[in-house]
Design a protein around this ligand. Sequence first.
Ligand code: ZN
Length: 86
Amino acid sequence: MSTPGLKLLFGRAGVAGSEEFRDRFAGRRSTVASAKDPVCGMEVDTSTDLKFEYEGVTYYFCGRGCKLDFEDDPEKYLDPNYEPKM
Ligand SMILES: [Zn+2]
């Protein structure tokens, strides 16, 4: 699924007050960015190479096992009813 709402938000921010937005964004990026491993639910550093792009969204993983599982069946882990577990 794409996220049109998010695109709209970024698009508008890009037009009005872009300097402030970029500064704030840059400030956030200086701290360690993290994302949630969709397979096990762990917080992972987005600087990892263990990532996989699916339908325009990049997902990050704690390890090869989780990444391979996700690649195998992304829909299973993106299902809202899926409960991440170790
Ligand atoms: Zn994991």
